[in-house]
Design a protein around this ligand. Structure first.
Ligand code: C5P
Length: 232
């Protein structure tokens, strides 16, 4: 795996997501299932999309005491997804417990990546709400290094941080980057964006693209454009 476009299927029902995926008659895009869809439809939506042949990134961002995360990851590993994630803020011990829980009896497991600081958190809210005084880019790199230390496979990060994450944690450590927009597209509520071609240039391993594909007049063409810019 690697160098792929992950489509953020931010829909609120199975009917909507299946109607969207029905448009893809050839290629089977990598699908990100987030909290909204998972909480609405439960594990059946994961199985349903998997059975249609799509690789899946289950984006549930776990964050709890190590024992609870270990047990929850054990349940998620049975869903046979390709990537799942957690918050690095839960500590190295929590991340190690997550790996233990995720690892199946035969030693296999889905890829596990960490959210460092959410892109919705800025320097001011980090200092005032979380009492973290260091510069946010240092905090992000420290959390990425913690994720690596715990044995995780990579991080979700802004495309602008991907290069530095690779410099800090190594080229093999995966960077999964949302905040992608076409050069001629709407930015929407994303603040710091890159085109798929720029994300490729700076070394993102996967890009996560939602509305530029899901809200496009022709979603399949928009997806193919992302693939052409990012993967080819
Ligand atoms: O529609 P859009 O391309 O902005 O969707 C981006 C997806 O990536 C959404 O599912 C959003 O929740 C997710 N995401 C993000 N920024 C992060 C982490 C996740 O936009 N830092």
């Amino acid at each position: 795996m690697g160098k792929d476009v992950i489509v953020a299927c931010d829909f609120s029902s199975a009917a909507e997501v299946y109607a969207f995926l029905d448009k893809f008659t050839g290629r089977k895009p990598f699908v990100k299932i987030g909290m909204e869809l998972y909480y609405a439809e439960g594990p059946a939506i994961v199985k349903g999309i998997k059975d249609r042949g799509h690789p899946i990134f289950l984006d549930l961002k776990l964050h709890d005491i190590p024992n609870t995360v270990k047990k929850a990851m054990n349940v998620l590993s049975r869903l046979d997804v390709d990537i799942c994630n957690l918050h690095a803020g839960g500590t190295v011990r929590m991340m190690q417990a997550a790996i233990e829980g995720l690892t199946r009896e035969d030693g296999s497991r889905p890829l596990l990546i960490a959210v460092t600081q959410l892109t919705s958190t800025d320097q001011e809210s980090m200092e005032q709400d979380l009492l973290i005084k260091q510069p946010i880019d240092q905090v992000v790199m420290h959390y990425a290094a913690n994720a690596k230390k715990a044995g995780l496979d990579g991080v979700v990060c802004s495309p602008l941080e991907a290069q530095k994450v690779h410099d800090t944690c190594g080229k093999e450590f995966l960077t999964v980057t949302p905040g992608v927009r076409f050069a001629d597209g709407d930015v929407g509520d994303q603040k710091r964006v890159m085109t798929p071609a720029q994300a490729k240039e700076i070394g993102s391993d996967y890009i996560v693209v939602g509305r530029p594909i899901t809200a496009a007049a022709d979603p399949v063409a928009a997806y193919e454009r992302c693939v052409a810019e990012f993967c080819d």
